[in-house]
Ligand binder design. Structure first.
Ligand code: DAH
Length: 341
């Protein structure tokens, strides 16, 4: 092959690979390969010395031409690649604005917590102070100080979770009365709410753990009228203006007289349905005037002071309001249930 043919084939090979270069890094190495100080085309100049004198000028010229051509091709390809690379970058980083967004599950309070909070707000609005007393109570607070007779069925170990002979998980929030009455003087208007425990067989409407609220007032001249007014006001704020409250005689050792109270059925509005068993009312809780024995035992003269008390369970309210059929759902923390509310 003549020197010129070699040069020609180098030039063609260089142009072909420039044409095929996919990015500027490849162009850089092609440039070094052919045009660098020791590049294949650059090296051709060194052969000039071995050529006959009359060919040297032309060959030198041809090498320079080849260098210029290759250099120009590299420059042109580099410019073309700038936009190709930019396009590729756009494709790589493209976002599909029509794609559905990511769904964030935000946390929120449990339905029972919301209900407790609402109840608390209503009674605070009526001047009640909320206190916390232990869930583990002594026998005295839970029963004896509440005027339970020795042989009451609630004292049965079957019904209560005893921890020792003398301590148990409180079976009702009414147990808070003893501690509060032992530490204060009338007038007082105090409330508590929280968990209670009973050794019940668990089913859709019974749980070993449930929530109650309990309130009581002791002052001069307190009567059943104050009790009824308080519960009615609560029912109106909780269930709405149209609600009626019904009181019927009932027995609890710690009140005299004692009553059971109900509100207009929130399902049928009082017409009668299968939830209220046709009565038009839903039973909420127990109430009454604080038994004189209890006042006396805490050093309050029943001739001077009187008081009322009431308490009710919490779970029933959200069950009715949201049509929840199974009490166990409140404690199970099943997200499929919780997310619906
Ligand atoms: N502690 C009772 C229960 O668990 C409810 C109750 C009735 C509370 C009468 C009271 C009350 O404060 O006066 O069934």
């Amino acid at each position: 092959m003549s020197e010129n043919d070699i040069l020609q084939s180098l030039r063609n090979a260089a142009l072909a690979s420039i044409h095929e270069a996919k990015n500027s890094a490849q162009l850089d190495s092609i440039e070094t390969q052919y045009l660098g100080r020791k590049g294949e085309i650059t090296s051709q100049l060194r052969r000039i010395g071995s050529l006959p004198a009359e060919e040297r000028k032309d060959f030198g010229q041809a090498v320079n031409d080849a260098k210029e051509a290759v250099d120009a091709a590299i420059t042109a390809r580099r410019e073309a690649l700038v936009s190709v690379e930019a396009d590729a970058k756009f494709v790589d980083e493209a976002i599909d604005v029509t794609m559905p967004g990511r769904l964030w599950h935000t946390g929120r309070s449990h339905i029972l917590v919301d209900t407790l909070q609402r109840i608390k707000e209503i009674f605070i609005g009526m001047g009640y102070e909320f206190v916390e007393t232990p869930e583990i109570e002594d026998y005295k607070s839970n029963f004896e100080a509440l005027n339970y007779p020795e042989e009451h069925p609630a004292l049965d170990e079957q019904m209560s979770f005893y921890i020792t002979d003398d301590t148990l998980l409180r079976t009702h929030t009414t147990a808070f009365q003893h501690q509060v009455m032992s530490n204060r003087k009338p007038p007082m208007r105090v409330a508590t709410l929280g968990k209670c425990y009973r050794s019940d067989a668990v089913d859709a409407t019974h749980s070993h753990t449930f929530h109650q609220v309990d309130c009581f007032t002791i002052d001069r001249g307190i009567s059943m009228a104050d009790l009824k007014g308080t519960i009615h006001q609560f029912a109106v704020e909780m269930f709405g203006r149209e609600v009626n409250v019904r009181f019927r005689p009932d027995f609890f050792p710690f009140v005299e007289p004692g009553a059971e109270f109900s509100v207009t059925c929130i399902i049928c509005g009082g017409d009668g349905c299968n939830v209220c068993k046709g009565s038009g009312f839903l039973e909420l809780g127990g109430a009454g005037l604080i038994h004189p024995n209890i006042l006396t035992a805490h050093g309050f003269d029943p001739e001077e002071y009187s008081g009322f008390a009431f308490g009710f369970g919490i779970e029933r309210m959200p069950m009715l309001m949201y049509g929840i059929r199974d009490l166990r759902l409140f404690m199970e923390n099943d997200m499929r249930f919780l997310r619906q509310l």
